[in-house]
Design a protein around this ligand. Structure first.
Ligand SMILES: [Zn+2]
Ligand SMILES: [Zn+2]
Length: 691
């Protein structure tokens, strides 16, 4: 093979050779003293400027250039030389990486051919923007404090250098964070993609529902680097917080994952989130994955790269990298921004050869785009130093939030799919947490709770006093209804997760307790209704909120009517038979449904995640179902206590009545059932909030 050896800036090179004490022509010197060398490729013109900068700074950069093809140089560089190249690539060229590393010369040459030659003709993608119903709720839900938290956690590792133990620890942190967010989703996996170095890449996959073979990738790099460090020693110990480069990109993606999981997003195509290892060492992680996917024929239909999202330049918000990216997909991303983020200023910029992880994908013909934090040159000047901190970028992460929203729009418009909010967090007396309402009563005469757990079996517990009002709800968010009572403004709850009793004063005697999940965190909030005013003590904080909604004489009926996972203020006004609902997402609505003597029994009868308006009238159930429409049927008699609940655990509330110790249930899946449990005078617990 012909090797075209070139000496650049010959005087400098000679000096470097003299200092390093070896040349390629002196094989006798190749011994234990031989510095470790790596094959890399770098833009030839950029290398020249790096050499000038190095010389001006009194350092020598004269790596052995094996060949130059199409303007890209193939080098065998020592760790010191790579350190100088990396330093000047980011300092003077404002690039995150700036070079690509290779296992051998052939791989370097193949890469140049891929980058500069004609791209393989992969199937072209048709870009459409028609999925606002999925995109909008998700991007509305994104919040900067979550991004800030992730950046703070990741930048607290001394360094996330790819060949360091803390770089392994940080990879574990990301995998653990993503795994926690994906809990409960059987269609989601979080896995390591292992490499030959210490730090693994991490891939979270959401299996596509209808086109799973088509893959949409959103990625960023997890590693950090300290400029000028030595690979064998100081890179592993010198602080490299990398808050902007690229904890911010990982944090922006993590917020996309959070809302995708929380809103129960189900993509039509498969979506993969990637935290690449070893970008700073020459795009090693992304290159390994792109190569693997190409070799196994994975049908990657689009790649989005987020590398640095949290440093804002004056008068611009997003800078689209136009070189080594896909023009058609870039137009799509710009259109996403103008559709969903119309107030933002989007400009074009370029970053040259191998500036980040989009490059290995682009080189293989995959459509890659790279929205960047600022025009090149106006981006964060602190990267690769100990000063790349949150304080030196956007301390509130509001800039990074824009990139989460753009990435969320990209995901749901390219992979399509829908959101199906999880069924209402409200559970009716599910003490054992199996998703089924338990037949259960509170007996005022001895203040004993008797529970026939559908899974856990029978139990009985004395809790409260005879005059207490039972308020069973899932206060600790463990999926199990907790035994609890309300006594003249004081809440006593037996938390099932910890078996501890919580006592909280909130409300006054005469208030109507409404323990529902108003903030959507999976925990019931202590709340009371007082003649038209709602007082809510949200479980996610010590603050309480006060809201005026309803009038004296209205019956409080808070529940999740709009299916966003949050309870809505709602009242039933018997005098007119009108329901007033203040949907936390859907807004205000009023509807006449029922008459003055009816008992409101709102619940999710059709299982679409939204509470349906419903009343019980002398043995007849009238339901106005959000999906199933209107229905009415007889089940029970006038003297029965209505006790709706999901007795068969199919996600749909069932009609049920309690008659002097006998339960009659009309289960939507399980059919009709009768069971004796309790005595006349007992309070059936599924019926707690029915007046
Ligand atoms: Zn970077
Ligand atoms: Zn970097």
């Amino acid at each position: 093979m012909l090797k075209n050896r070139i000496l650049l800036l010959a005087a400098t090179a000679v000096a470097a050779v003299a200092i390093l004490g070896y040349t390629a022509a002196e094989p006798t010197q190749v011994s234990a003293a031989t510095p470790h060398k790596t094959w890399i490729t770098v833009d030839m013109n950029e290398l020249k400027t790096m050499q000038v900068f190095a010389a001006m700074g009194g350092r020598f950069l004269a790596p052995e250039i094996v060949t130059v093809r199409n303007g890209i140089a193939v080098l065998q560089a020592t760790d010191d030389e790579i350190s100088i190249i990396s330093e000047h690539a980011h300092k003077n060229l404002h690039k995150c990486a700036g070079f690509m590393a290779h296992p051998d010369e052939q791989d370097a040459l193949d890469t140049i051919d891929m980058v500069t030659g004609p791209k393989p003709s992969l199937a072209t993608v048709t870009y459409t923007i028609d999925n606002a119903a999925t995109v909008q709720p998700m991007i509305n839900d994104m919040a900067a404090p979550n991004i800030k938290d992730t950046i703070t956690s990741l930048s607290s590792f001394t360094t996330r250098y790819y060949n360091s133990t803390t770089g392994l620890d940080s990879a574990f942190w990301i995998k653990n964070k993503w795994t926690t967010l994906a809990a409960g989703r059987s269609d989601v996996t979080v896995e390591y993609f292992n490499h030959s170095w210490v730090q693994p890449s991490i891939i979270l996959t959401i299996q596509g529902t209808t086109n799973p073979s088509e893959v949409v990738i959103l990625g960023g790099h997890q590693d950090s680097i300290r400029s000028g460090c030595s690979a064998s020693t100081t890179c592993q110990t010198l602080p490299a917080p990398g808050a902007d480069d690229d904890a911010s990109g990982i944090a922006s993606l993590t917020e996309v994952i959070r809302v995708a999981m929380e809103s129960n997003y189900r993509p039509a195509k498969t979506v993969k989130f990637m935290a690449y290892a070893a970008e700073e060492a020459g795009l090693l992680g992304s290159k390994a994955i792109a190569t693997s996917y190409q070799n196994s024929g994975v049908n990657v239909v689009g790649v989005l790269q987020l590398d640095m999202t949290n440093y804002k330049a004056p008068s611009t918000d997003i800078a689209m990298i136009t070189d080594h990216t896909n023009a058609a997909q870039n137009t799509f991303v710009r259109n996403l921004a103008s559709t969903y983020l119309s107030t933002l200023t989007v400009v074009d910029t370029q970053c040259g050869y191998s500036c980040s992880d989009h490059a290995p994908w682009d080189a293989r013909g995959y459509a890659a785009s790279f929205p960047f934090e600022a025009p090149m040159g106006s981006d964060n000047p602190f990267i690769h130093t100990a000063s790349d901190t949150l304080a030196n970028s956007d301390p509130n992460a509001t800039h990074a939030l824009k990139f989460s929203k753009l990435a969320g729009a990209y995901m749901a418009e390219l992979a399509k799919g829908t959101i199906a909010p999880t069924a209402s967090a409200e559970k009716f007396a599910d003490f054992d947490g199996d998703g089924k309402t338990d037949v259960s009563v509170f007996r005022p005469s001895n203040s004993v709770w008797y529970i026939q757990g559908s899974q856990a079996g029978f139990s009985a517990a004395q809790f409260g006093v005879s005059t207490d009002q039972p308020v069973p709800a899932d206060f600790d968010g463990d999926g199990k209804t907790d035994i609890a009572v309300y006594r003249d403004g004081v809440w006593y709850s037996m938390l099932s997760a910890t078996s501890t009793v919580n006592i909280t004063s909130f409300g006054i005697a005469g208030d109507k307790p409404q323990p529902k999940d108003f903030d959507g965190d999976g925990k019931a909030d202590k709340a009371v209704y007082r003649g038209g005013t709602w007082y809510v003590l949200k479980s996610n904080g010590s603050q309480y909120t006060v809201a005026q909604f309803g009038l004296a004489g209205d019956i409080a009926a808070a529940s999740d009517y709009d299916g966003d996972g949050k309870a809505d203020y709602a009242v039933y006004r018997p005098s007119q038979g009108i329901w007033y609902v203040l949907g936390s997402t859907a807004g205000f609505s009023a509807r006449q449904f029922g008459i003055s003597t009816d008992k409101p029994v709102p619940a999710d009868y059709d299982g679409d995640g939204k509470t349906d308006l419903a009343v019980y009238r002398d043995g007849i159930w009238y339901l106005q179902r959000t999906t199933g429409g209107f229905t009415a049927f007889q089940f029970g008699i006038a003297s029965d206590i209505p006790a709706a609940g999901d007795y068969d655990g199919d996600g749909k509330a069932d009609a049920g009545v309690f008659r002097d110790g006998v339960w009659y249930m009309l289960r939507s899946t399980g059919g009709f059932a009768v069971t004796g449990f309790g005595l006349a005078g007992d309070k059936p617990l599924p019926s707690t909030f029915v007046p």
